[in-house]
Write a protein of this length. Structure first.
Length: 707
């Protein structure tokens, strides 16, 4: 590597902003991302903790000879923040009618170029109307709304700085004096300014100044590394390489309705899909060890460019046109995007690569594997809400590498994918755990819409399986038991249950409104489209009992892996005797509960049964007094590990020990969360005398208010 010649200079912010110099933030630099804590720290350092001339670190830029435009390599976050502070300072002076002072500040933000045309001192290669017109312009245009993630960050910073400066102005009798002091503090800030005539060398300086790259983003370091290997003697070839890099970055940027993709995450998943698993913090050092020669750098850049659009399809399936034979794969990728899981990303990318190569991975293998990944994460992540260990990420990365290494060998590919599907089946949550979690996972009413997209996903899958010919576009959620029944005393958990929901067209939904079940059946029958799921419309009545059965049937479908009839049921008990015992265990209306409820009712108390005290908390109490905010739990001695009567299972002992331990932890968490929400929580064991339990509940309810 040739020696890089540069001369660092000590400069003030005033030195940088006066004169004929302009600063441009290149297209692929890190977007503005300072959060409230970053701004608070910077504000405290500049305004309170240090005097004029405070040093804020090095800044690195490059420019062509005799060109007044400097392109920022390092320092864009600080320069942008200082520009926002100057803009707010200017606006405050203007409000105080200090027009000359305001104009004096504005000249640091906007000035005439060589052609006497006004230009903002700080600019971005990617047009930002919000930065230029809502912040830097005088007067700013307050009607402009942020149009991107970066502009939202700029808007948040602008608002926070307005509040900070406004608070100081409000408490001073002569605020203009303090504003002038703030101006001088900003202008006096010191930097070590490093400038070079070559972009590649500027990035090398940037890396070296920042602890040899330890705190830099991988994408910046990799760009510098590749371009340095490929630039040769600084001829036109370097420009061709840079264009290819820019093309790869452009594929990840936001445009035309596409979201911005984190380039660092893409590079990590790309690397994990081809070579040994590595964590983000060690990624660049591993790449640097491997990509040493010019051919290796050329191949690395080529493969990144080819895989960029494939990764985009993984993250945003809607941005790709999918052939009919890949429709199932598209649906699975859209589901995984909805679930928000990232662990499978290396394998998803490897699957896309294999499907796009010659010869192609067979469509059946492609679809089947993606469906297996979708089913696993629905059961494990969405329903059971279990966290994934590092082992899952490494499992996916290994499968991705093995698929890549299999090349065009159809049998080798099939073996790799069969192996990962089998591993996912083995890792599924236990059936009992899944069923319990499913019952409490999904809820949808007009007052509780947080999980609407997940509820729609569940209903689409059920409808798609029950009636494959029914179109799924533009369908809305219908409650078979109307939501007005909540006011009549029906539990929110019943009305909002998956078992009470169907997907129908918006037109049909409008006709159904709050009609009774018999009329709804008639309307749905006349609609001419099969919206039914699992024979719901064959029922003559629709009560909480039917809703519970419908929910259980849906649960069995998803537990079975989405590949059997909706009614399919497979026992997971260790023996027929165990199954009989488990079938006898009721989740509500147990004998101890009924005994206590009879006594409370006889005492004149009215309450709700099997009700969620807090709709947002998926926990159901046995008896609930909503007005007094009292939640009563009558816990079964076996399932909740009563210290007097608990027994140790002889079959599957380790499983049941872990299962009961989870139940105990869940009980403690439920109690803590309800108490934090202002509820009185009463817990009793099923072996306690009903008279004593009822008496204790009666005292608590009457102490807390009228019945």
């Amino acid at each position: 590597m040739s020696v890089i010649d540069f001369n660092p200079e000590k400069k003030s912010i005033e030195d940088l902003l006066v004169g004929a110099d302009y600063y441009v933030i290149p297209r692929f630099q890190r977007p503005y991302s300072w959060e409230a804590s970053n701004l608070e720290d910077f504000w405290t350092d500049v305004v309170f903790d240090n005097g004029v001339g405070y040093f804020i670190g090095p800044m690195v830029a490059w420019r062509d000879k005799d060109n007044p435009i400097r392109r920022i390599v390092d320092g864009q976050q600080r320069l942008t923040t200082i520009a926002i502070m100057f803009a707010v300072l200017r606006d405050q002076l203007q409000e105080l009618r200090e027009t000359k002072l305001a104009s004096g500040v504005h000249r640091y933000l906007e000035k005439a170029d060589r052609n006497n045309e006004l230009q903002f001192t700080l600019q971005t290669e990617v047009s930002s109307v919000f930065l230029s017109n809502a912040i830097l312009k005088s007067p700013p245009d307050s009607t402009i709304e942020p149009a991107s993630e970066e502009e939202s960050a700029l808007s948040n910073a602008l608002e926070q700085i307005r509040q900070l400066i406004g608070a100081e102005v409000a408490k001073r009798q002569h605020p203009q004096k303090w504003l002038i002091e703030l101006r001088d503090r900003l202008l006096g800030l010191k930097v070590i300014w490093v400038e070079h005539g070559n972009e590649d060398d500027a990035y090398i300086i940037f890396e070296t100044l920042n602890s040899r790259g330890k705190d830099l983003e991988v994408v910046d370091l990799l760009k510098n590394h590749l371009l340095n290997r490929l630039r040769g003697t600084r001829n036109a070839r370097a420009d061709t390489v840079r264009l290819k890099w820019d093309k790869m970055r452009d594929q990840l940027e936001a445009s035309d309705g596409r979201a911005r993709i984190d380039a660092n995450r893409f590079i990590l998943h790309w690397w994990q899909s081809r070579t040994d698993y590595v964590a983000q913090r060690k990624l660049f050092s591993e790449i640097k060890k491997t990509v040493k020669s010019k051919p290796a750098a050329q191949d690395c850049l080529e493969q990144l460019t080819l895989d960029g659009p494939l990764y985009r399809a993984v993250v945003e399936p809607g941005t790709r046109t999918w052939p009919l034979e890949e429709a199932a794969a598209r649906d699975s990728l859209e589901a995984l995007a909805l679930f928000g899981v990232v662990q499978p990303a290396p394998l998803l990318l490897s699957l896309m690569r294999a499907r796009s190569s010659t010869p192609k991975l067979k469509a059946a293998q492609f679809n089947k594997t993606l469906q297996s990944i979708e089913r696993y994460h629905f059961q494990h992540t969405v329903v059971s809400q279990l966290s994934s260990s590092g082992g899952v990420s490494q499992m996916y990365a290994k499968a991705a590498r093995d698929l890549y290494a299999a090349g065009s060998d159809h049998q080798a590919r099939a073996d790799v994918l069969k192996d990962i599907r089998e591993k996912l089946v083995k890792r599924r949550p236990d059936r009992d755990q899944f069923v319990l979690a499913f019952k409490e996972r999904f809820l949808f009413t007009n007052g509780y819409t947080r999980d609407k997209k997940l509820v729609q996903y569940v209903l689409r899958r059920l409808l798609q399986h029950a009636n494959p010919t029914t179109g799924l576009a533009d369908l809305t959620i219908e409650h078979l038991m109307p939501q007005d029944q909540i006011a009549a005393g029906v539990a929110v958990a019943t009305v909002g249950s998956i078992g009470n929901l169907l997907l129908v067209s918006e037109k049909v939904n409008g006709k159904l409104d709050n009609a009774d079940f018999v009329r709804k059946k008639r309307i749905l029958g006349a609609a001419g489209l099969p919206y039914d799921i699992g024979g719901v419309l064959d029922k003559s009545v629709w009560t909480a009992r039917e809703i519970e059965f419908a929910m259980a049937r849906s649960c069995r479908y998803f537990q079975a892996g989405n590949n059997g009839p909706v009614e399919r049921y497979v026992s997971w008990a260790s023996s027929p005797a165990s199954r009989k015992v488990m079938q006898g265990n009721r989740s509500r209306d147990t004998s101890p509960e009924l005994a206590v409820r009879r006594r409370l009712h006889a005492a004149g108390l009215r309450f709700r049964v099997a009700h969620r005290p807090e709709p947002s908390l998926r926990r159901t109490a046995d008896i609930v007094f909503t007005r007094q905010r009292v939640a009563v739990f009558i816990d079964g001695c076996y399932w909740h590990a009563c210290p007097e009567h608990r027994t140790i299972a002889r079959s599957n002992a380790s499983y049941w020990a872990e299962k009961l331990g989870r139940n105990v932890a869940r009980d403690a968490d439920t109690t803590a969360q309800l108490r934090a929400a202002g509820w009185t929580v009463l817990r009793f064991w099923e072996h306690e005398e009903p008279d004593q339990v009822a008496a204790a509940v009666l005292v608590a309810v009457r102490q807390l208010g009228p019945r």
